[in-house]
Design a binder for this molecule. Structure first.
Ligand code: PLP
Length: 399
């Protein structure tokens, strides 16, 4: 095969479960010249990244750093540091990422207890309390934004319950951080991780992680060394903290990108950013429902960053996604596990959460679904979404 030349990848509108589109400012930041990983200028940048991460995580935790690796590396970092062989762990499972946490707990040698809920529903905080009243548990792990189903998990009450029982709470905020409020301190989360390529709108490759003082104390008081040398938070923080001791070479350019993506969030402001994610999802949902499509998740528990739509009976999953990609350059996601072939997953994350993207997707679906034989009233989707924006605009100008 001849090697291809030059810039041969197409521009895409990324409206799947991640990655999301990235600002040109972030792409430009990645092309800055390399400096050494202990260069004073890089150390300055590391301090800025930690500060900005504390801003998005809404925390005062000193140990707040980007782990080198994707979101799954953050998941593994939290579990491998806080779980020792034989430790009882309760994992809440209502989708693929809860299952992945179970897999890691087992590999780490933890004693796994599962609290399962249906895919598409939340985990009931009362059930969590019951499970904790019943048995001895050291760590509780739960997903805030389940990207496989589109469910937003309420955490405040669970955080309170876990703290009352004296346990540690690990939260997966990969698809919520930067798009939904994540109150690390306010909800008493002990370890929280995310990924760069979802609502932070940065290329994949880093996993922001924050550990509370209680979590760090647990790490320091371990009976056995952390099973992973690479993800040992004690060692990682010797590099990211005061000591600046070499551990592994930080991915320099990825950190340039992350700082720029976080600066963009700071400039927009978290509250404004949440409001933008909410508005665009509200418009998308209005449009989809006006076209006669049904959502998987009940109102009140839907993510702003990811919407799961049931695929109508007569429509071909692959044909619709294929045409969106080839004719409109739009990527959306298919279903996973038990939802494979049953839902589409539409992401509105970070830079991808725009009015233009919502309107274009609804227009494209209108055309494609009608050609697939679905009975859609022409223009109903974009009209309903347009009404949402118009009402919002009227409210804003009245305020
Ligand atoms: C994407 C995702 C992950 C895994 O992140 P990777 O970057 O793919 O390793 C973990 N949890 C949730 C909820 C996710 O959406």
């Amino acid at each position: 095969m001849e090697p291809s030349k030059g810039w041969d990848l197409p521009g895409r509108i990324l409206m799947g479960p991640g990655p999301s589109n990235v600002s040109p400012r972030v792409l430009r930041a990645m092309s800055m010249p390399l400096v050494g990983h202990l260069d004073p200028s890089f150390i300055q940048l590391m301090e800025e990244v930690k500060d900005l991460l504390r801003y998005v995580f809404r925390t005062r935790n000193e140990v707040t750093i980007p782990v080198s690796g994707t979101g799954s590396a953050g998941m593994e970092t939290c579990l491998v540091n806080l779980v020792e062989p034989g430790d009882p762990v309760l994992v809440c499972v209502n989708g693929l990422f809860g299952q992945r946490m179970c897999d890691i707990v087992t590999r780490v040698g933890g004693e796994l207890g599962r609290l399962d809920a249906e895919w598409g529903s939340i985990v009931d905080p009362a059930q969590v309390r019951k499970a904790l009243d019943r048995g001895k548990v050291k760590v509780v792990a739960i997903v805030h934004a389940e990207t496989s189903t589109g469910v937003l998990q309420p955490l405040e009450e669970i955080g309170k319950t876990v703290r009352e029982h004296g346990q540690l709470l690990i939260v997966d905020a990969v698809t919520s951080l930067g798009g939904h409020p994540v109150e690390t301190d306010g909800w008493r989360i002990d370890a929280c991780y995310s990924g760069t390529q979802k609502c932070l709108s940065c290329p994949p490759g880093l996993s922001p992680v924050t550990f509370s003082d209680r979590a760090m104390e647990t790490v320091r008081n371990r009976r056995s060394p952390v099973q992973s040398w690479y993800l040992d938070m004690g060692l990682l923080f010797k590099y990211w903290g005061e000591e600046r001791a070499y551990h592994h070479t930080a991915p320099i350019s990825a950190n340039y990108a992350l700082r720029e993506a976080l600066r963009l969030i700071r400039e927009e402001g978290l509250e404004a950013r949440y409001a933008r994610h909410e508005l665009n999802q509200t418009a998308l949902v209005a449009g989809l429902e006006a076209m006669g499509l049904e959502l998987l998740v009940a109102e009140g528990y839907r993510l702003w960053s990811l919407t799961t739509v049931k695929i109508p009976e007569q429509v071909s999953d692959a044909a619709v996604r294929g045409r969106l990609l080839t004719e409109y350059g739009i990527e959306i996601g298919g279903g996973l596990g038990p939802l494979k072939g049953r839902v589409w997953r539409i992401g509105l994350m970070g830079e991808s959460s725009t009015r233009n993207n919502v309107m274009l997707l609804l227009l494209a679906l209108d055309e494609i679904l009608r050609q697939q034989g679905m009975n859609v009233e022409p223009g109903a989707g974009t009209r309903a979404a347009g009404d949402v924006y118009a009402r919002h605009g009227a409210r804003d100008s009245a305020a």
